[in-house]
Design a protein around this ligand. Structure first.
Ligand SMILES: [Zn+2]
Length: 373
């Protein structure tokens, strides 16, 4: 089986390939069809699809090819990977992806990949799925034609759009799934696989004697805000969504200041999906003038023009799902800051800006809730 012809690129930097330049050499893949792979040498790691609905953070379906390992002469001898560095060779979590030593005449991580391991590349938008998120993610890779599926790690950016393909898989993964070059593959990263969820022990009882079927998403840190008070027995019956219009650091700092605007929120969700809690649910936080008594306030880190990132949307949806169940809040009681019943700040607010959609309206919020929660 001859390797694909792909000229090594002289002068290509050995490390830190930028997405724009990465895998440009893949262009040549489209010119040389890979011969059919031999029958899989080992059984596919077929696992049943999960029963429960999952929050999808990334999904792509389209043509595929293969890449990586000592025999991929289409990769330059010094070509590295977009998501891993040589330091990762020492990391027990990732070392299995690589051969114990560089194949002779090579220095890059691309040729050092162990082609029998399950890895893949897609054209990531790092604004939506940041590198650090991808490094922690495990994807489900499926062959829709035969139903075979396996878990695999993202390792690189590619293939080049001109190939007309959406993904490159390791030769071992392609063989296990029975995929040949230009067959259709489906790749999914869900929140359940990418973001650790709280152990079942933390599932709390709702006030109605039934167990909340949703685990509370992991709170990265409880950063206590002094800007809160007693609910005076008021029942929690609505959720109010906000945009920070500032960085995570600035909002955490402001909410901890006792002598500033004395504002706060119960939760702050960062662009990468990390959740910070600042006020206990049982207390009242100062996030929406006139509507604090019975609400939970959730801030989302973003500017006035940002939309939610996929990990942020997934974290928010998971938190909202848990809150709805935990406090038996009707789904119709999820509001954008400016649209919350009782909100009475003169002049209103532009919050939650464009995080949930381009139009500043409660129907935008309701549509997002309908689609995501
Ligand atoms: Zn707000």
């Amino acid at each position: 089986m001859p390797p694909r012809k792909r000229k090594p690129k002289p002068g290509k930097p050995p490390t830190g390939r930028s997405p724009g330049k990465a895998r440009v050499t893949k262009k040549e893949k489209s010119l040389s069809k890979k011969p059919r792979l031999k029958a899989p040498s080992k059984a596919a790691a077929v696992r049943p699809l999960p029963e429960q609905p999952e929050e999808i953070l990334f999904r792509v379906e389209g043509k595929m090819s293969t890449f990586g390992g000592p025999h991929d002469l289409g990769m330059a001898a010094n070509e590295d990977l977009a998501l891993f560095t040589k330091a990762d060779l020492q990391n027990p979590k990732y070392a299995y992806l690589f051969l114990p030593a560089s194949p002779s005449g090579t220095s890059g991580l691309g040729r050092r990949l162990n082609p029998d391991q399950y890895y893949f590349a897609c054209r990531w938008n790092y604004a939506e799925t940041p590198r650090e998120f991808l490094r922690r993610a495990l994807a489900r890779v499926e062959n829709p034609a035969n139903g075979r599926a396996a878990d695999a790690r993202p390792v690189d950016w590619g293939p080049h759009p001109s190939t007309g393909r959406v993904a490159d898989l390791s030769p071992g993964l392609a063989a296990a799934l029975g995929l040949n070059t230009d067959d259709i593959v489906r790749i999914t990263i869900s929140a359940r696989r990418a973001i650790p969820v709280a152990p079942t022990l933390t599932i709390e009882r709702s006030g109605h004697g039934s167990c909340n079927p949703h685990a509370k998403p992991v709170v990265k840190q409880f950063v206590k805000s002094p800007n809160c008070s007693c609910r005076n027995g008021a029942k929690i019956d609505n959720i109010i969504l906000h945009c920070t219009e500032g960085s995570l650091a600035s909002v955490l700092a402001e909410f901890q200041k006792p002598d500033g605007r004395q504002v706060s929120a119960h939760y702050v969700i960062d662009r990468n999906g990390d959740i910070y809690q600042m006020v206990s649910d049982s207390d009242r936080s100062n996030h929406c003038m006139g509507a604090n008594q019975s609400s939970i306030g959730i801030e989302h880190v973003g500017s006035q023009t940002d939309s939610l990132t996929p990990p942020q949307a997934a974290a928010s949806a998971a938190l909202i799902r848990w809150l709805l169940e935990q406090y038996q809040i009707p789904r119709t009681n999820i509001f954008g800051h400016d649209f919350a019943p009782g909100y009475c700040r003169p002049g209103g607010t532009s919050c939650p800006d464009k995080l949930f959609g381009p139009l500043h309206s409660q129907s935008t919020i309701a549509a997002w809730v309908e689609a995501n929660v």
